[in-house]
Design a protein around this ligand. Structure first.
Ligand code: GLC
Length: 560
């Protein structure tokens, strides 16, 4: 059966860097630990920056490193203008940016504007201030419902489980108002209707731009606006904390009021030199709706969650890629492509079991069915190469270049994601994809993450065989596959290139497309696939030569 009905995408050669960049997500806690305390840090990143340059990336996105009590791994910021001592100092940050820039790597930092930590001075001031005060107006404080205000003000639930409201105690020990938190109770939501909040963040943007960052990855931007009066979620039974695609927006997601804020931020970024850019973690679907977030005067990019959430099946990917080009081209924005990040099961494990984003759990625990490691890696390599051929910007998550699997047997006692505790372990949470990276096999118990072997999350034993030193320079390793593909992507200008499906390879057995003079073909079937003539540029199938067949789960790039 031929899949039909498809857009084409025109090349965009010579355009701004962010339209085609390979952006590598560094998760500072787990990248490299310079002082041996078990927690990755900024000097560790600086020391290893050359390995990222050798990989062939254009930019890094640095996940949270700002001051934080670390209740949600740093997505609970207590000071937006400082580095948490766990990770170093502002001087270490400056050194890291300088080293990155020296190597031609741009730096985007994670900005978390929807909520602060409950330890932030603003929240502490709000707690100390009376009801109705300007301090409380930084957040969403409301009276409870029911007798004595003992019930939450509305029916909203937290993304991490449990109610989205916590009641405070007044200075005289009587029960007080409630505050809203769409995530953990240690992450109170800011009130973005308040101009003082808006101004405060404009200054925070400038603080980091003045320090030389190339832009921001903005956390949960679609949560920032709340419908006036904070009414009940109309369908909380079906939608839980989320939304139902195609139905009217619930009162805590996608409010129109956020767009002028991002326009203002865009003006600020544009007022600096050097094409500063911001990527929104806008979980907004369908993509025609997400496209409103990347209009020319708003975000430069958003994460393409449709692609990330797609099951690795040809008809699903075909639709998701079509939807991507249709939506993003309609506003002149690049699509981003992403397969892994710090919130989702690593694709080398996802693809060895359930193939889509799991709905019941956001991790795999020791009691869950375990993925097939070999199948997962084979598919992941094929999926990556298929993805890297698409025009647009691509995000990589640290460790995927090693083919790292998820830690799927992490015991409960190590788990730190608030989801685990808030659901009594029913959802194991996201720690399994956040485990420290293995650099040198056998160097300490954490394989060169540091020399002491301490690690805030223990590595599974099998990580030694994925260590970077075991793959560096080894033909056919996943690391060398990534390097080869990224080098070709650059020299052939794949990211700025064009897109058109190959009709003979769009069916239930294969997907193929053309980007400039390169054909990219993936075999979804169970039989080996004959290929068109042409020079083989790179293949996920080791040793594939012209005239040979493409095995199942494999991808090839062919020059015509
Ligand atoms: C984003 C982050 C996630 C965090 C959440 C709350 O989704 O990626 O890790 O828990 O926002 O800040």
């Amino acid at each position: 059966m031929q899949l039909t009905g498809a857009p084409t995408h025109a090349a965009n050669y010579g355009s701004q860097w962010w339209r085609s960049a390979i952006i590598y997500q560094v998760y500072p806690r787990s990248f490299a630990d310079s002082n041996g305390d078990g927690m990755g840090d900024l000097p560790g990143i600086t020391a290893r920056m050359d390995s990222l340059a050798a990989l062939g990336i254009d930019a890094i996105w640095l996940s949270p490193f700002m001051s934080s009590p670390q209740k949600d791994a740093g997505y609970d910021v207590s000071d937006y203008r400082d580095v948490d001592p766990l990770f170093g100092t502002l001087a270490d940050f400056d050194d890291m940016v300088a080293r990155a820039h020296e190597l031609g790597i741009r730096v985007l930092v994670d900005l978390v504007p929807n909520h602060t930590s409950d330890q932030h001075a603003w929240f502490q001031a709000a707690l100390a201030a009376p009801e109705g005060s300007p301090e409380r107006a930084f957040y969403h404080f409301m009276d409870g419902r029911g007798e004595g205000g003992s019930l939450p003000p509305n029916n909203w639930v937290s993304m991490f489980g449990g109610p989205a409201w916590t009641r405070v105690t007044n200075p005289d020990d009587t029960p007080g108002q409630w505050y809203c938190h769409l995530f953990d109770s240690s992450q109170p939501d800011l009130n973005w209707e308040n101009p003082a909040v808006q101004l405060a963040f404009e200054e925070i943007l400038r603080f980091w731009l003045d320090r030389g960052v190339d832009g921001f990855r903005v956390d949960q931007p679609h949560a920032m606006g709340k419908a006036a009066g904070l009414p009940d979620h109309p369908d909380v039974e079906r939608a839980g904390a989320g939304f139902i695609e195609g139905e009217p927006s619930p009162p805590m997601w996608f409010q129109e009021s956020v767009h002028p804020i991002f326009r203002r931020w865009r003006e600020i970024l544009d007022s600096y030199d050097g094409e500063r850019a911001m990527c929104g973690e806008a979980y907004v679907l369908p993509l025609s709706f997400m496209a409103l977030w990347v209009r020319p005067d708003e975000f430069h990019q958003t994460f393409n969650f449709r692609y990330l959430d797609s099951e690795w099946k040809p008809e699903i990917l075909f639709r998701s890629i079509n939807e991507s080009f249709e939506a993003f081209d309609s506003v002149g924005a690049p699509s981003t492509w992403v397969l892994s990040n710090h919130d989702i099961i690593r694709h080398a494990s996802r693809m060895g079991g359930v193939t889509g984003r799991p709905t019941a759990s956001d991790g795999i625990g020791p009691n869950d069915p375990q993925p097939d490691r070999e199948l997962g890696l084979r598919r992941a390599r094929g999926a990556t190469l298929f993805t890297l051929g698409l025009p647009g910007s691509t995000y990589l998550y640290q460790g995927e270049e090693l083919g790292l699997p998820e830690h799927t047997t992490l015991e409960g006692k190590y788990r730190q994601d608030p989801t685990f505790a808030r659901t009594g372990g029913a959802r194991v949470g996201r720690d399994g994809c956040r485990v420290p990276l293995p650099w040198e096999a056998g160097v300490g118990a954490a394989n060169g993450f540091n020399e002491t072997g301490l690690a805030w999350l223990p590595q599974p034993e099998l990580y030694a065989e994925y260590s970077r030193d075991q793959q560096e320079g080894v033909a056919g390793s996943t690391l060398e596959l990534y390097k080869q593909a990224l080098a070709l992507r650059k020299s052939l200008r794949i990211g700025e290139g064009s897109f058109a499906w190959l009709p003979q390879f769009t069916n239930e057995r294969a997907l193929g497309y053309r980007n400039g003079d390169v054909l990219v073909i993936h075999n979804f079937g169970t039989d080996a696939l004959p290929l068109p003539q042409g020079k083989i540029l790179v293949a996920s199938q080791n040793g594939l030569a012209e005239g040979q067949l493409l095995d199942p789960d494999q991808t090839v790039w062919i020059a015509i």
